[in-house]
Write a protein that binds this ligand. Structure first.
Ligand code: ADP
Ligand code: MG
Length: 405
C-alpha cells in the first residue's frame, strides 16, 4: 500500500479559496494512486472564529480559569471543526473520506496537558479504515492519555502528528503544506529577499527550527529523521514542490551541493531577557545556587556564559520577573535587560571555518548594532541583540552571507 501523509496548517484551511486548493492537492495525489492520511490544524489564525488562539481568548473573557485538562478538551475542538469541514467539502467534491480524532488515530500521550508527549502511536484503525476510504482525515495536535483524557501536543503539534503517522505507517513521504514556498533562508515576513531552499538535511532544518524558524516543529523533524521518512515542506497556494528534507546522502547526488553550503539560513527568537549576576568571591557556591533556583522554578535558561565572578544568561521575557525574584531571594542583586532577541546563523559548513565570526561582527557593526552576548557551536553562531535591532540584524547578516543569491 502506497501511503502519503499530507498536513495542512491553519492558513491553508482558513478561506474558501484555500480549502478549494487543499482539495485539489488531495485529488492530485489520489490520481497518483496513494492512500492518503490528511492531518489538519485548526482553521485560521488569531481572531478567526475557530483558531486555537481565538478559543483561548474566548476563555480569557469567560472566567479565565479553565484548568489545564479542560483547556486541552476545548483546544481539540478547533481541529475537529477543521477536519469535519474538510470531510464535508471532500464529499461534495465526490471524494469519500472519514475523520479520526487523535485518539482514534492511535495517539497515546502522557498527561502533560498543553504540551503532551507521544508515548505510542497505534495506527491499526487507520489501516482498517483504508479498506473503505482512500482518504483518512486526522485531527492534528492531539492525543489521549491512557485513562482516556484528551491532550494536546503544544504549538506546532500538527507537524508532529503528521511525521509520527508517517513513521508509524511507513509512508512514502510526509508533505507539510503551509503558506510559504518551503524552507527559506530566513523568515520571509522579515527578510524580503529570503530564498527558498530546494533541499535541506534533517539536521539543517532541525537546527533552524530549534533556533526559531517556525516553518516546521523541530520534534516533527526528529521523528521523521529517526524513521528516515522524507518530508516535503511546500505551499498550499502553488504547485511548486517546495523543500525536500532528507539525509545528506539523499542530497549528495543532486547538483545543489548542500554539503558544501556554508550557511543554511538565519533564524531568531525574540522576547528574551538577559540576566547578569555578580557572585563576587563566593562564585562557585552561588553559581550553582543560581542555576538550581532557575531549575526549581521551572524557568528555562539559555545562552549561558559562566565567568570567574558570576554568570550571564537569558530567560524568556515572561519568566524574567520570577527569575529576578528568585535570585533576590538568594541575596543577589541581578541586573536584567528585557526585550532582547537571539539571532542565529545556522549551517553545517561553519564548523572550524575561520572568519565567520569576524564577518558577523563586521556586518552588525556596520549597522551600529551592539552585540550583547555571543556563543557558537559547530553548526550555529548566536548573537544577542536588542529587540529593536533584530530586524536590521537579520537583514544585514542575510545579505552579508549572500543568502539571497
Ligand atoms: P502553519 O499554520 O502552516 O503551520 P506556520 O505559521 O506555523 O504555518 O509556519 C509558516 C510560517 O513560518 C511562514 O509564514 C513564515 O513566516 C514562518 N517562517 C519562519 N522562518 C521561516 C523560514 N526559514 N522559512 C520559511 N518560513 C519561515
Ligand atoms: Mg506550524
Amino acid at each position: 500500500m502506497r501511503i502519503l501523509v499530507q498536513k495542512f496548517g491553519g492558513t491553508s484551511l482558513s478561506s474558501p479559496k484555500a480549502r478549494e486548493l487543499v482539495i485539489s492537492h488531495i485529488r492530485r495525489e489520489l490520481n497518483e494512486n496513494y492512500n492518503i492520511v490528511v492531518v489538519v490544524s485548526a482553521m485560521g489564525r488569531r481572531g478567526e472564529p475557530y483558531a486555537t488562539d481565538t478559543l483561548l481568548e474566548w476563555i480569557a473573557t469567560n472566567g479565565n480559569a479553565l484548568p489545564a485538562r479542560e483547556k486541552d478538551l476545548l483546544l481539540c475542538c478547533g481541529e475537529i471543526i477543521s477536519a469535519t469541514t474538510l470531510c464535508s467539502l471532500l464529499e461534495s467534491a465526490g471524494i469519500s473520506s472519514t475523520v479520526l480524532t487523535g485518539a482514534q488515530a492511535g495517539f497515546e500521550t502522557d498527561d502533560q496537558y498543553g504540551n503532551a508527549r507521544i508515548v505510542n502511536v497505534r495506527p491499526e484503525r487507520i489501516i482498517e479504515e483504508f479498506k473503505d476510504h482512500k482518504v483518512i482525515i486526522v485531527t492534528g495536535f492531539q492525543g489521549q492519555t491512557i485513562s482516556g483524557d484528551f491532550t494536546t501536543l503544544g504549538r506546532g503539534g500538527s507537524d508532529t502528528t503528521a511525521t509520527a503517522l508517517g513513521a508509524a505507517l511507513h509512508a512514502e513521504m510526509v508533505d507539510i503544506y503551509t503558506d510559504v514556498n518551503g524552507v527559506l533562508t530566513a523568515d520571509p515576513r522579515i527578510v524580503e529577499d529570503a530564498r527558498p531552499l530546494t533541499h535541506v538535511s534533517y539536521a539543517e532544518i532541525c537546527n533552524m527550527a530549534y533556533q526559531g524558524a517556525k516553518v516546521i516543529h523541530p520534534r516533527a523533524v526528529e521523528i521523521a529523521m529517526q524513521a528516515q521518512i522524507p518530508v516535503r515542506i511546500r505551499s498550499t497556494f502553488s504547485e511548486n514542490e517546495g523543500t525536500l528534507v532528507t539525509h545528506p546522502e539523499g542530497i549528495r547526488d543532486v547538483q545543489t551541493g548542500v554539503l558544501d553550503r556554508l550557511v543554511t539560513g538565519i533564524a531568531y527568537v525574540s522576547n528574551v531577557t538577559q540576566i547578569t549576576v555578580d557572585c563576587g568571591n563566593d562564585s562557585n557556591n552561588l553559581q550553582l545556587k543560581v542555576f538550581k533556583s532557575m531549575a526549581e522554578n521551572s524557568i528555562s535558561v539559555d545562552f549561558i556564559n559562566v565567568t570567574p565572578t558570576g554568570a550571564v544568561y537569558t530567560v524568556f521575557d515572561q519568566d524574567s520577573e520570577r527569575a529576578i525574584t528568585s535570585l533576590q531571594a538568594l541575596g543577589l542583586r541581578p541586573k536584567s535587560l528585557a526585550g532582547c532577541a537571539k539571532v542565529s546563523v545556522i549551517g553545517g559548513g561553519i564548523n572550524g571555518v575561520p572568519g565567520i565570526m569576524a564577518k558577523i561582527v563586521e556586518s552588525l557593526s556596520e549597522q551600529n548594532i551592539q552585540i550583547l552576548q555571543s556563543a557558537d557551536s559547530n553548526t550555529t553562531i548566536w548573537v544577542l541583540v536588542k529587540k529593536e535591532d533584530m530586524v536590521q540584524s537579520l537583514r544585514s547578516l542575510h545579505s552579508k552571507f549572500e543568502l539571497n543569491r
